[in-house]
Design a protein. Structure first.
Length: 264
């Protein structure tokens, strides 16, 4: 992740935003993006570099002394409904690296999706739909692109429905915090890498609530395109389930922001 910084307090930036390197001299876009693959970077204002980043619609976040916000020229390009109206496994894979945004009034929080799990219908023993259509799980039958939320151990689990007529969904398990960190810290009161490294953690940090259940994406919750392509992906069996299918249906980007990097 690349941040455009104006604050002079570099100690604060390194802790609060996890910035590992601050670049003050000019650097080519290709070198910067290669460097960004492995770390969170801060850059001082450079009109040429900013223009280059915005030309690829990079989600450039500006850090100021009182918080952060997306660069005003950054465009929120939402994924089309057709993206979600496909098989759950395909969607779960391709959601990695995409950007999830929650908007509440003037508050905007955003994160890079780094871990997902695919779930199916009545033949999937770990699915909420396993016992058939009930009042508590009927949202899972909505066409792809709807929000399906349920509670586990006092935490909201955020899913996006997939396919068109089948009971399928993708659980977002973890995200890397990008913007709106002040709000995340206020809600979670944890270290940066612990803010969103689990399905109940990131929903708490983002202010996800039951009112969003069964709503279509595109209002308070958006899923956006991103410049992160050809990411390394690992997979494993789904976590925290008592019974699973033979095929591993958990997908993740190796990252300190995932709930677990083990392949098991």
């Amino acid at each position: 992740m690349i941040y455009l910084i104006s604050s002079q307090d570099t100690h604060y930036l390194r802790i609060f935003y996890g910035i590992e390197d601050i670049i003050e001299d000019y650097i080519s876009l290709s070198i910067l993006l290669e460097k960004e693959k492995g770390m969170r970077i801060g850059i001082k204002y450079s009109q040429d570099l900013v223009n280059h980043l915005l030309s690829i619609n990079y989600p450039l976040v500006i850090i100021e002394d009182d918080g952060d916000h997306f660069h005003p020229a950054y465009r929120f390009i939402q994924l089309p409904l057709e993206f979600f109206r496909r098989d759950a496994e395909t969607v779960a894979r391709e959601l990695l690296g995409k950007i999830v945004v929650v908007r509440k009034g003037n508050e905007i929080v955003a994160g890079k999706i780094v871990e997902t799990e695919a779930y199916y219908g009545m033949n999937d023993p770990a699915s909420r739909a396993h016992r058939g259509k009930k009042n508590y799980n009927k949202g899972m039958w909505l066409p792809g692109g709807h929000i399906f939320i349920y509670m586990v151990h006092a935490n909201w689990m955020f899913n996006i429905t997939t396919d068109y007529q089948e009971a399928q969904a993708v659980l977002i398990r973890a995200v890397e915090p990008l913007a709106g960190l002040k709000f995340m810290y206020e809600r979670r009161k944890r270290k940066l890498k612990e803010l969103c490294d689990g399905p109940g953690k990131w929903t708490r940090a983002f202010g996800i609530d039951k009112k969003m259940n069964e709503l279509p994406l595109g209002n308070s919750v958006l899923v956006l395109e991103s410049p992160w392509k050809n990411l390394k992906m690992n997979r494993s069996h789904r976590m925290g389930v008592s019974e699973d299918v033979d095929e591993p249906l958990r997908f993740f980007i190796p990252s300190k922001f995932t709930s677990n990097n083990r392949v098991f």
